[in-house]
Design a binder for this molecule. Sequence first.
Ligand code: CO8
Length: 258
Amino acid sequence: GMTYETLIVEQHDAVTLVRLNRPQALNALNSQVLADLIAAFAAYDGDASQRCLVLTGSEKAFAAGADIKEMSDQSFAEMYGANFFGGYDRVTATRKPFIAAVSGFALGGGCELAMMADFIIASDTAKFGQPEIKLAVTPGMGGSQRLVRAIGKAKAMEMCLTGRMMDAAEAERSGLVARVVPAAELVDEAMKTAKAIAGMAPLAVLAVKEQVEAAFEMTLSAGIRFERRLFHGLFGSADQKEGMAAFVAKRPGVWTGT
Ligand code: CO8
């Protein structure tokens, strides 16, 4: 497999496990991390044997934000000219599912990276926050948009204006995370969930992801029409015939991805 400077990437059957690995900087996201993530996600997307991806950090930190030391001296011309961190659009462009498994700090860009995932599973030690305001800047990797959609205006605005952290219990209550599990079980639980998704019919998995994402981009009536058309379209797949026949025969379905 490929090796990366800032990531540890493993394939476990049909699941890719990606660990952020800059422990000396609490996994702060610098340009090398972004380059490595782009490459790892492109490899995942292009490998038909891989059906779900788990992105995690360490027990202490998922990621403590964009790398402040790398950004601090940059000018407007450098940031805007290079479209600094615009490359995260290539991470979110993957059509296949991706789960963030978050333990410890998920701050600033770390919280924003977690929110790029299809959903977040958190350990009971997870702490989410958008502390950029304390550095006299703002969220810059989608936080002001995705946090509002995830937890609503009141909590999102409060978090971005004060920089306060939200613990795992509040994150679950607020809808930011799908589930909270004990820290020691986080990666196992996320991998188990990923394996379950990886065992579903691949075309249906792609379609579900497109449908749910459409809910954030479309009007309700357009989104419902889009959903229905994808549903109709799956009746052109062999796996739909197999899935429904298997149900009637009371046996597990066997998918071909066609
Ligand atoms: N960037 C660079 N280095 C960092 C970062 C970071 N975000 N976070 C931690 N580190 C480094 C520390 O500098 C320290 O390094 P050293 O040992 O060389 O001094 C090492 O990691 C360990 O950190 P601490 O000693 O601070 O560990 P503590 O346990 O005392 O504190 C905290 C942990 C509370 C997480 C603390 O490290 C902290 O507050 N970190 C910064 C959090 C933050 O402000 N994050 C937001 C950054 S800005 C951002 O993410 C913008 C995103 C949008 C960019 C998009 C551009 C378009």
